[in-house]
Design a protein around this ligand. Sequence first.
Ligand code: UD1
Length: 384
Amino acid sequence: MGKPMPANGPIVCVVGARPNYMKMAPLLRAFRSHAELPPAMLVHTGQHYDPMMNERLFQDLGLPRPDLNLGVGSGTHAQQTAEVMRRFEPVLDEQRPSCVIVVGDVNSTLACSLVAVKKGVPVAHVEAGLRSFDRAMPEEINRVLTDQVADLLYTTERSAQDNLAREGIPRERIHFVGNVMIDSLLSHKSRAVAPVDTLRAVERAHWASEAFGVVTLHRPSNVDELRPLSESLEILRAVSEKLPLVCTLHPRTMARIDTFGLGGTLRSARLALLPPQGYLEMLGLMAGATLVLTDSGGMQEETTALSVPCLTMRENTERPITIEQGTNSLVGRDRRLTLELVDEILATGGKRGRTPELWDGKAAERIAIHLAGWLAERASTAHA
Ligand code: UD1
């Protein structure tokens, strides 16, 4: 256990996996535009490493090359989390950071928070307090534990505050700042790639002028076992009879489809299979879609911000505001409900929703301002 380290080094910003990048990009920009803040250093754990899960998104988001890549790669949860911790510790010894910034709920988020807090380095968690109340979900464990050890908890929606209060987190650590992922969306929307250009690559350019749905699927609960995966693919096939579907599939999902020999279910002229896309392609596809069918966390929020109906193939969501105010509906793997809602969206346009409070493109700036004040106060009490 550490005695607090001198807090005058850089702000160490951690990313590990795809959904972290769109959250960290605006933060890094905001930190670097505030001269009163220590320099920001970008550390990539290497949890995601495929070029399409990684370099491409860095380019699209204008993220600089990481100052350091820990190269951990894939593994079981224990292996991956332990390897991130083992490789992150010497970074803190060397850099003596003022604080560590973690975002979201991936294994790298928890691993780096644990290492930092035990060394007495303050941790700020961006996107704190979201809860699915489903502990079978690895991300839920990462969220609960990261929030327990973080010094600063920046939240995206007001429900997060109640979740954190219930878990005994002191009120003064929690700051409602809005949604940094929506900062990225708003600042890149005008540069989104037109769907016609993305669809041309799979000879479906004509869908762009008609109507299409967009699908992503990668949650272990939907894709890791034969039965849920085949049920999910069956649902996609049935929906595609009503609306052509563009499916951009995570390498994890592609591997499982191969292992279980389920590729046949998706062989249809009305289902286009694409590899993971760049950020600007995905933004264009979502914005142009009639609906989105997904088990992603982030896309529930992005569709709400874009006012595009979203059917979430999960039993629960840690982002309730997307249902209460946004365009999201939970469908799990309920085929009948999914088809009913697809019919409704095709007939009426579906939920249009409204933009949640503080999803205004300025969340990263609010965090930078708050962090600067907090670090200054911390430094002055340390010297007192
Ligand atoms: C991780 C996050 C999840 C997030 C998702 C977004 C955790 C617990 N999960 O899940 O919250 O929604 O990222 O994409 O942190 N793989 C590759 N190339 C890569 C990365 C992964 O082929 O660049 C394959 C490997 O077979 C690997 C599997 O995907 O074993 C799973 O990768 P992992 O990082 O464990 O979790 P994700 O499913 O990507």
